[in-house]
Design a binder for this molecule. Sequence first.
Ligand code: ZN
Length: 224
Amino acid sequence: MRNYEVVFVAAPTLTGEELDAFIAHVHSVVEGKNGKVLKVENWGKRTLAYRIRKFRDAYYVVLSIEGDGAVIAELERRFRVTDSIIRFLSVRIDQDMKRAEKIKAARQSSGGRCARGRPGITSTGPGRGRPAGFSRARGPIETRSGNMAVPRRFTVRRKRVCKFCAEKITFIDYKDGKLLSHFIPERGKILPRRISGVCSIHQRQLSEAIKRARHLAIIPFVSD
Ligand SMILES: [Zn+2]
């Protein structure tokens, strides 16, 4: 059995009763394919990050479903043929959750240290036995800061800490638009990790989460 998270976005023209009826319909579809609906989260009406079919707001419903691929295939088919469903997304989550658990367990056994990455980078002390005045990768700063390159010293020296490692977030939630919006500057581009300092593992999760959130109109593709 697999666990899925299914989010659908329904047109605001539906009444509350119609939405409830549709959710009940989803239940029967899932049970018809030997699946189980574990949880229903109705977020109610929310403002869309961009207009879809001229709607500015819509209902968001998040479902946790246990079942196999056939359940999801049937559910997606229903969503596609239902006019009032304007967006949907189904994500298999059991593997991600398992991986998150594993990382958590590894971290606990290694004594509170981050499972990946060296602790020296995040600490303020002189990491890894290099004499002070040496930057991490480029050798002595003095050779770099000739006549022209003086501002570089500041960029090299910026202390960068992966926010997700620091806060011990092992699964980046694509439904958390507020968290994701920190990593999308004015133009709407995903902030590169050379600037944000996010580690490569989390950057990959982050970009995936941002793309999912954009699809569901939780965050915009471009800002205006
Ligand atoms: Zn990280």
